[in-house]
Design a protein around this ligand. Structure first.
Ligand code: CMX
Length: 433
């Protein structure tokens, strides 16, 4: 059976030709106007990147290689007895555009288990971090340190040809994904005093091992949740902060560990991945203020007080999406199936009925609907993973799948260097027009 790398080696030459042909035919054509507002708006909506792995439609949400979340839930291989897709399959799909066989997915689980160990000095680095250092800072620190053993950095030093960049980048990306559970598990156990990190079980899949390192593998539903969680958090087209940061830093030929550490630093911001932590904090504060089983009136008043204090409602709104995030819906479906009577889930559902109306009435947010982060924390909390400031680490483990897939292709196909302008230059350009 063919490995992922062998399949890629077949796909890359054809894709290089495909891109050459598209550029020869369309390369000098204009791709629409650029508005000055887009420059000031942080390149909002500016068409500036290519990434085939996933595309985000404002109304429909994300598609991975053309497939919706329900489609991948249906099509991708599952664990024996499981019903959620294995993230191994999603990675194969992101990288190749093809749905893998069960055997190919099992081979990936084995390959990642074999690559999972982290260097002793990285373990020591993590063990020396004070538990007060945010888990995301620890995560980024450890991933940066993995660059010590980068195959890409070594190959570059040895003068690898440009044409061969993707091979060592692929090896680093596989190592990166494989080593994240050991890093995340160690951070979790160190920070929350959960004892020694268990060994990786090479007969089990990636999500089972991740759950086991956190101490939750006994709970089969939690393992299923992680499979779904990693799959849906993996990628959200190329322009979001974490994906774009990884791509940008990778374009300097910084190795995938350095590039992905940049992604993690972006993901750690409260308007991006940290929102999942913020949502839980916000819900807990609401509960302590208005009590459990609060009336709709009390919830409405609390939401308004958040806005009046000049804060955002975490988990709601999106820079691109204009409808409910299908990643939110997938998690809601999971909750309806596995934890319909959980009191915090009921609050999340109550908030879902109330917040969009208020954001619409307030009239500022372009999208009043919930995003992925509005729902993830309640699911983790249900199974006992209630340490909120760890949540973004799990988002980070998942996001590695998308960033890694993109880095491999970027090394096969292209330096990013957009042009910035000063306000003075904008005034001069349009003077008298
Ligand atoms: N609550 C209150 N106000 C909000 C809001 C929310 N959930 N979402 C947007 N707004 C406000 C913006 O702050 C902005 O206000 P100003 O004009 O005063 O600056 C206005 O509405 C217009 O913003 P927008 O164009 O609709 O949204 P942006 O593209 O600027 O920002 C996002 C998108 C996600 C940062 C924003 O919706 C937000 O802050 N949401 C809450 C945080 C969150 O959930 N982030 C996670 C996103 C998903 C992810 O990346 O993980």
């Amino acid at each position: 059976q063919q490995t992922l790398k062998e399949r890629l080696a077949e796909l890359i030459p054809a894709e290089i030709e495909n891109v050459k042909a598209v550029r020869a035919e369309h390369g000098k054509k204009s791709f629409g106007p650029v508005l000055v507002d887009q420059l000031y708006g942080g390149m909002r909506g500016l068409p500036a990147l290519i990434w085939d792995g996933s595309v985000l439609d404002p109304d429909e949400g994300i598609r991975f290689r053309g497939k919706t979340i329900p489609e991948i839930q249906d099509l991708l291989p599952k664990a024996p007895g499981g019903s959620e897709p294995l993230p191994e399959g999603l990675f194969w799909l992101l990288v190749t555009g093809e749905v893998p066989t069960q055997a190919q997915v099992e081979a990936l689980s084995k390959d990642w288990a074999a690559r999972a160990a982290i260097p002793e000095f990285v373990e020591e680095l993590l063990d020396r971090c004070p538990p007060t250092l945010h888990p995301m800072s620890q995560f980024s620190l450890a991933v940066t340190a993995l660059n010590h053993d980068s195959t890409f950095a070594k190959a570059y030093q040895q003068g690898v040809s440009k044409k061969e960049y993707w091979g060592p980048a692929f090896e680093d990306c596989m190592d990166l994904i494989a080593k994240l559970p050991n890093i995340a598990g160690r951070i979790y156990r160190n920070v929350y005093g959960q004892g020694k990190v268990p060994a990786i079980d090479p007969t089990k899949d990636y999500s089972w091992n991740m759950a086991n390192l956190l101490g939750f593998a006994e709970k089969n539903d939690f393992v299923e949740l992680l499979r779904l969680y990693i799959t849906i958090h993996s990628d959200h087209e190329g322009g979001n902060v974490s994906a774009h940061a990884g791509k940008l830093v990778g374009s300097a030929l910084s190795d995938p560990f350095l590039a992905f550490a940049a992604s993690l630093n972006g993901l750690a911001g409260p308007l991006h991945g940290l929102a999942n932590q913020e949502v839980l904090l916000w819900l807990r504060k609401m509960q302590s203020k208005i009590g459990e089983n609060a009336t709709d009136e009390a919830v409405k008043e609390y939401v308004w007080s958040t806005l009046k204090n000049g804060q955002v409602v975490p988990g709601y709104g999106h820079a691109v999406l204009r409808k409910t995030d299908p990643r939110y819906s997938a998690q809601r479906e999971f909750a309806l199936k596995h934890l319909p009577n959980d009191p915090l889930f009921k609050l999340v559902a109550q908030v879902f009925n109330i917040v969009p109306g208020i954001l619409l009435e307030a009239g500022k947010a372009k999208n009043p609907w919930p995003n992925v982060d509005a729902h993830s924390g309640v699911l983790l909390t249900h199974y006992g993973l209630d340490q909120m400031n760890f949540y973004t680490v799990l988002f980070g483990v998942s996001r590695a799948f998308g960033v890694a897939a993109q880095l491999i292709w970027d090394r096969a196909l292209a330096l990013e260097r957009p042009k910035s302008y000063s306000t003075d230059a904008i005034k001069k350009i349009f003077a008298g027009k």
